[in-house]
Write a protein that binds this ligand. Structure first.
Ligand code: ADP
Ligand code: MG
Length: 293
């Protein structure tokens, strides 16, 4: 490959809204046959909304909402932002949080109003022996059956509530995935979210292979597994939890709307955060290389 042709490709990329880390990056895209897509913020908008707040018997919906919102106000996760935004802060300022810890891909914890509060995947609470009472377990099941994400809220050793959040697929995702298939790529949906929510999104955009309930450390293992099976893997992601997998992939594409860590770990950045631009990126590199050969 001549450096000049690759530089031209890089310049054309910038016009299309693709920031390319170095001209040599384009060379690896040609052989890519598998494209791993993160769900939240990549295939979906990542703009989650709160659909429902459920309190366990004897607990108040208000306490569940307030303590969770306080804790999540320190979180950058789309779920955290939705829960914090759902609190009417004009009526009542949120309480202070001490000892805040973000458990990437699991949830958040900290001390609020003197209580040790945990907000996250139901399994995070189960790890702490905070088992969901039947009413909350039902709420989780119903939410997941509807393709939504149920977040459990607990404090002082007991599960107290469930907050149901949901997201929508980006308007261009289905078309982009169809075009990626036309280019000969097999799409795989990879997410830390629950299986039902993942299947719900996969069905809307035409993806058949779904890997759900994945912990952040296992996202990179999934990319390695595909590579060990002989696949040349592109990965598209936006989150802190995607960074290691983006770096491991043969080609890492970050959503420009995502976190800085994901952008730093990637070879390409899609400025507008639109999957159709991922199609442009793969086409561009194939064309660039074709003119050099
Ligand atoms: P994705 O792979 O879809 O981007 P993540 O790995 O970031 O998802 O998160 C996986 C799951 O962990 C979420 O579906 C949620 O249940 C839980 N989780 C992660 N961060 C938070 C948070 N800040 N608040 C509540 N739950 C969270
Ligand atoms: Mg994400």
């Amino acid at each position: 490959a001549t450096p000049t042709a690759l530089m031209v490709g890089t310049g054309r990329g910038a016009q299309l809204g693709i920031l390319i880390k170095g001209p040599e990056v384009l060379e690896s895209t040609r052989r890519v046959d598998t494209i791993v897509l993160d769900k939240t913020g990549t295939v979906t908008t990542g703009e989650m909304t709160v659909h429902e707040v459920v309190a366990a018997e004897g607990e108040s919906v208000d306490d569940v909402r307030r303590l969770a919102a306080a804790l999540e106000s320190a979180s950058e996760h789309p779920i955290g932002r939705a829960i914090a935004a759902a609190h009417p802060s004009t009526e009542q300022p949120l309480p202070r949080v001490e000892e805040f810890t973000n458990r990437e891909g699991l949830g958040v914890q900290g001390v609020v109003e003197g209580h040790a509060v945990v907000v996250g995947r139901p399994s995070l609470l189960a790890d702490w022996a905070q088992h969901l009472p039947p009413a909350l377990a039902d709420a989780v099941e119903q939410a997941q059956a509807a393709g939504r994400t149920a977040v459990a809220v607990g404090w002082d050793g007991r599960a107290r509530g469930v907050i149901v959040v949901g997201d929508t697929v980006k308007p261009t995702s289905a078309e982009a995935i169809a075009r990626l298939r036309d280019l000969g790529l097999t799409p795989v949906l990879l997410t830390g979210d629950n299986e039902a929510a993942a299947q719900h999104v996969a069905a809307q955009v035409g993806i058949e292979t779904v890997v759900a309930d994945v912990l952040p450390a296992d996202k990179v293992a999934e990319v390695q597994r595909l590579q060990a099976a002989g696949k040349v893997v592109a990965m598209v992601g936006d989150g802190v939890n995607d960074a290691a997998a983006l770096a491991q992939a043969d080609l890492g594409l970050a959503m420009g709307t995502g976190t800085d860590v994901a952008i730093e770990a990637s070879d390409l950045t899609l400025v507008r955060g639109d999957l159709l631009v991922a199609v442009d990126a793969i086409r561009l590199s194939r064309r660039t290389l074709a003119t050099i050969k």
